[in-house]
Design a binder for this molecule. Structure first.
Ligand SMILES: *Cc1c(COP(=O)(O)O)cnc(C)c1O
Ligand SMILES: [Zn+2]
Length: 440
């Protein structure tokens, strides 16, 4: 009874089944989005949906134990359970960052730990939907020989994992020397064809688009709007975890701008289906080195110009030509949104400040935290407001960033919260003296 189809983001006529291999509107060439039959979903009341989602949350009943598939009817109702490829994604902790909040004068600060996922980033939330759809297409008798993506590191890690779990060959295109060692080893370990190209992310993306013209190669980038359906559960989960309360602010780092679009869609769906009666304000945080959306925001989104993204420690958002920019701008307008930016110094120090309050942030979460600090300093975010920062990846994926910070070796960064190891002789006196100097 539930159903969803692809539909043009610009509203050109035409619906396409989710098992067709299609990424763009055949009429205007723009992105598609997944539209759900809301009338069908409305046949259950808001209270009934809340009860269903609560019952399934982190339950043991496969596949509903997944944060994504526990909301299957809202995500992709057409997948047979036997074709679902799940690695236990989603259902991540909404962490109460009380000490960090206290330190910066906020009473109600939360961090959504999306990086606590199988491959260590939120990319898993969308990838489970995409790879399950591929599995379903193959089960229907169509030939798909490979799933491919361009990546700044986390998409390829996620695709490789889900591809390996399903037995579907994956090829990933990465910019050479621009991703962390941890990110590079993931697709290698999972057996994906790992191609390191002498270009940047935007260069890899241009090539992948050409490859995906073949009907037997399936495109796994976020221009494939199936991924956003999985990622949209971030919004639903946050609301559920807050006792079905909508936060005042949601701050998310943005590169290709799929995730901010997905989160916006999630909040809209909650409202449209009566599970909430308002929207949060959305903040998209960009690295100053890769800030085309910020520049557009500064001129009221009247124009948007792609730009060459410069190297940044926030490597997963080093993107100058974001695929989902139109979706993101439309949503940010609807959510009275803000775009903020962070310099290398600001993002690294904000990440370290969070770490000292018990977090372990990736540089992109650092960008979001830096945006938070700026909005608090400007008085836009008020002391008592409820704020959720989206942590997009696990800090353990970015050891070089952290080591170099504490060694004061990051470019353009003055490490205010540096904590270098103290090298001392192996004697009780020396250790006692070191403890006394620092802690007593
Ligand atoms: C992909 C990614 C982002 C950016 O998400 P977009 O959808 O491209 O805007 C941010 N942080 C991390 C860790 C990522 O992997
Ligand atoms: Zn169109």
């Amino acid at each position: 009874m539930f159903s969803a189809q692809y539909h043009c983001h610009n509203n050109c006529p035409g619906d396409y089944r989710l098992d067709t291999i299609i990424y763009n509107c055949p009429q205007c060439g723009d992105l598609l989005e997944v539209r759900h039959d809301l009338d069908a979903l409305k046949q259950k009341s808001a209270a009934e949906w809340k009860e269903i989602f609560a019952r399934r949350y982190r339950a043991t009943e496969w596949p509903y134990d997944s944060g994504i598939w526990g909301k299957k009817e809202w995500v992709n109702p057409h997948i047979d359970d036997k074709n679902i490829v799940s690695l236990g994604e989603g259902a991540t902790h909404l962490l109460r960052a009380a000490r960090l909040g206290n330190r910066i004068g906020l009473e109600n600060l939360w961090v959504k730990q999306c990086g606590n996922s199988h491959s260590g980033s939120f990319k898993d939330l969308g990838m489970t939907v995409l790879v399950s759809q591929v599995q379903q297409i193959i089960a229907n008798g169509q030939t798909i020989r490979a799933v491919v993506c361009a990546s700044t590191g986390d998409t390829s890690a996620s695709l490789a994992a889900y591809g390996a779990a399903a037995g579907i060959p994956a090829a990933v295109l990465l910019p050479q020397n621009k991703i962390s060692a941890a990110q590079l080893i993931q697709p290698i370990a999972n057996g994906a064809l790992t191609l390191a190209l002498d270009t940047d992310f935007d260069g890899c993306m241009a090539i992948v688009k050409e490859l995906a013209k073949r009907p037997d190669i399936y495109l796994a980038n976020s221009m494939n709007s199936l991924r956003l359906e999985g990622q949209k559960t971030i919004a639903i989960e946050i609301t559920q975890q807050l006792g079905w309360q909508i936060p005042d602010w949601v701050i998310v780092p943005g590169g290709n701008l799929g995730n901010v679009s997905a989160i916006g869609r999630g909040f809209l769906m909650l409202r449209d289906l009566g599970l909430s009666d308002r929207l949060p304000r959305l903040v998209c945080a960009q690295a100053e080195k890769a800030n085309p959306l910020y520049e557009s925001y500064k001129i009221g989104f009247r124009e948007f110009h792609p730009k060459l993204a410069e190297p940044t420690a926030a490597s997963a958002i080093q993107i100058g030509h974001p695929v989902s920019v139109k979706k993101a701008i439309a949503l940010l307008k609807e959510f009275n949104g803000i775009v903020e930016q962070a310099s290398e110094d600001e993002l690294a120090n904000a990440a370290a400040l969070g770490d000292q309050a018990g977090l372990f942030n990736c540089p992109h979460t650092g960008v979001a935290l830096a945006a938070l600090l700026k909005l608090v300093a400007r008085g836009e975010i008020k002391k008592s407001e409820r704020i959720v920062v989206i942590s997009t990846a696990n800090g353990l994926k970015f050891p070089e960033f952290k080591i170099r910070y504490h060694q004061e070796k990051l470019n353009e960064v003055i490490a205010k919260h540096k904590n270098a190891p103290v090298e001392i002789p192996a004697s009780v006196e020396a250790v006692m003296e070191a403890i006394q100097r620092r802690l007593l």
